[in-house]
Design a protein around this ligand. Structure first.
Ligand code: NAD
Ligand code: WQD
Length: 345
């Protein structure tokens, strides 16, 4: 069975391609490499010993996208492609709306044209915005607090409307909490451009000596140690959640949102401590001002995914730290091996 993976060269997409290939699916990746490297897909092939097809296609190029559907009998789409940096979305909202929304509209139109009506979509816990109570469950009212989040919220609504217009569609809206970690092989992982915005790549880049010290954003939240609490989910657990959601959309119609999280919250200091304990590396840090827009606590109620998809996260924070460090230490410059050769020369 052939699955089209948009954004398959990216962080979560590449890990999902590994699990899809291991499960026996044929994989066709569409990615314009605007935030990824083709090397990631070579490594997916190396890990699995299996081949996949790659098209360097932008979802904004509807004609090129149609050609992929013309050439392949696609059974379902896993739709990762999108821009994801919250801060950048505030300064470049039109770029985010155009890329994420128009890209999704093009994809849905082409899918309709070719009679493909099964989709797993990368949404985000960001659609819960600021809530008064944790854990976050799927029935909470949604609110986005930045343009990136609004693209996710709008796409969720667009996909709901698509289903209402045609009940043959089957769509899973997967709301990820904080994806972290890397494949056990150390061959694929998160490779952010420039200085990382997110906690985990920042920690690993401090550990590898690329960055001097971590700024912990805020030490006065109402949490057990004053620092922000999040639900960190191992990317391989997340990838397996996509396979469960895929089975679900292949067998049933409807549109459903699922939280993909562990149900446990850890603070920034908990994560630093776990990283130091599991890797033996020291992470110098200082507590600074809160980051604007951050919330104190976010973690999932993952019971719906367990009940309806038969999925739950299996990996804990020590495994997350160990696997992130293996990836970062084996690939200090991410997929940029040319840079590595220059450095080691
Ligand atoms: P990523 O940037 O590593 O992967 C996204 C991929 O999509 C990249 O390879 C990029 O080149 C590609 N892409 C972007 N726009 C495209 C377009 N117009 N046409 C073709 N390809 C395009 O990001 P990721 O962390 O793997 O995230 C995957 C998805 O999950 C995104 O939609 C993101 O918003 C969502 N998500 C991510 C997180 C997270 O923290 N990583 C959390 C919640 C949701
Ligand atoms: C985690 C914790 C920070 C960096 C973001 C997006 C969200 C989703 C996942 C896509 C917070 C603290 C961070 C640093 C720190 N992405 N921190 N120093 O903000 O929970 O979620 O990624 O959908 O939409 O907003 O993740 O990793 O940035 O932060 O102290 O240098 O680490 O304050 O408490 P966040 P994060």
């Amino acid at each position: 069975m052939k699955i089209l993976v948009t954004g398959g060269a990216g962080y979560i997409g590449s890990h999902t391609c590994v699990e899809l290939l291991n499960a026996g699916y044929e994989v066709v990746v569409v990615d314009n490499l605007m935030n990824s490297k083709q090397e990631a897909l070579d490594r997916v092939k190396q890990i699995t010993g299996k081949d996949l097809l790659f098209y360097n296609v932008d979802l904004l190029d509807k004609k090129a996208l149609s050609k992929v559907f013309l050439e392949h009998d696609i059974s379902a789409v896993i739709h990762f492609a999108g821009l994801k940096a919250v801060g950048e979305s505030v300064s470049l909202p039109l770029k985010y709306y155009h890329n994420n929304i128009t890209g999704t509209l093009n994809l849905c139109e082409v899918m309709e044209e070719f009679g493909v009506d099964r989709m797993v979509f990368s949404s985000s816990a960001t659609v819960y915005g600021h809530q008064d109570c944790v854990p976050f469950h799927e029935e909470l009212s949604l609110q986005a607090t930045n343009p990136y989040g609004r693209t996710k919220l709008m796409i969720e609504e667009i996909l709901q409307d698509v289903y209402v217009s045609n009940n043959n569609w089957s769509i899973a809206l997967l709301r990820y909490f904080n994806p972290v970690g890397a494949h056990l092989s150390g061959l694929i992982g998160e490779d952010p451009n420039g200085i990382p915005n997110n906690l985990f790549p920042y920690i690993t880049q401090v550990a590898v000596g690329k960055l001097e010290k971590l700024s912990v954003f805020g030490g006065d939240y109402s949490t057990h140690d004053g620092t922000g609490v999040r639900d960190y989910i191992h990317v391989v657990d997340l990838a397996n959640g996509h396979l469960k959601a895929l089975e679900h959309v292949l067998n049933k119609t409807g549109v459903n949102a699922y939280n993909l999280g562990t149900g446990k919250g850890y603070s920034v200091l908990d994560m630093i401590n776990s990283f130091e304990k599991t890797t033996g590396k020291t992470i110098p840090y200082q507590i600074t001002e809160r980051r604007p827009g951050d919330i104190a606590i976010s973690y999932a109620d993952p019971s719906k995914a367990k009940k309806e998809l038969g999925w739950e996260a299996l990996k804990g924070i020590d495994e997350i730290c160990r696997d992130s460090w293996r990836w970062q230490s084996q690939n200090p410059n991410g997929y940029d091996t040319k840079l590595e050769r220059q450095v080691t020369k």
